[in-house]
Design a protein around this ligand. Structure first.
Ligand SMILES: [Fe+2]
Length: 195
């Protein structure tokens, strides 16, 4: 499956522009994490770091969010069904999508799975921080401003801090560095994110 095919599928499955943008944000973060973790983990096999695969996992992780309506026990499984019907998606890719949702897949078995789990929530926090800036722009968001909001429990409470902290526990990336990687990734596609 190519990125182009994945993008087409995502926009077919999701009507909400915000959810589409969320997919794009997590895609951008996943690309940067793939490059970063590849350098940091030279002992791991190169096939673990297929950037296109990481990107597509980010792009499609929430693709069935509207289709499952409120039944989160089915979340990611409808996407899995569609991918299997289409063909061309690797098991690693399908598992990556499922791994961001603990209700379906409880274990995270490789760095890609751990990355999407943590990046998902951080992208939401960074978006929320941008939206409270006077200009509502990612360009005026700093790592410090995200770190401050991280510690304010009431701010963007839906962005689960424990899940973001998987960066330290599971990826061995200090929180501040993780924020920096993700912020730069999102700033790089600010036009597409309308932020
Ligand atoms: Fe998500």
């Amino acid at each position: 499956m190519t990125r182009e095919e994945a993008y087409k599928l995502m926009t077919q499955m999701l009507q909400s522009k915000n959810l589409q943008k969320h997919g794009l944000a997590v895609e951008a973060i996943m690309r940067e994490l793939c490059k970063y973790l590849k350098l940091k983990n030279p002992e791991l096999p190169l096939e673990e770091f297929d950037e296109e695969e990481w990107a597509i996992v980010g792009l499609l992780h929430d693709a069935d969010y509207e289709l499952v309506a409120k039944d989160l026990s089915k979340h990611t499984l409808v996407t899995e069904e569609k991918l299997r019907a289409l063909g061309g998606a690797s098991e690693r890719l399908i598992n990556g999508i499922k791994a961001h949702h603990e209700g379906v897949k409880t274990s995270r078995d490789n760095l890609m799975e751990k990355s999407v789990y943590a990046a998902d929530e951080l992208s939401g926090l960074i978006t929320a921080v941008a939206l409270v800036r006077p200009d509502k722009k990612l360009s005026s968001v700093t790592v410090d401003s995200v770190m401050k909001k991280f510690t304010q429990k009431g701010f963007a409470a839906g962005a689960h801090r424990g899940q973001i902290l998987a960066c330290e526990k599971e990826l061995n990336i200090p929180l501040e560095e993780f924020v920096s990687i993700a912020l730069k990734a999102m700033q790089g596609i600010s036009d597409e994110l309308d932020l």
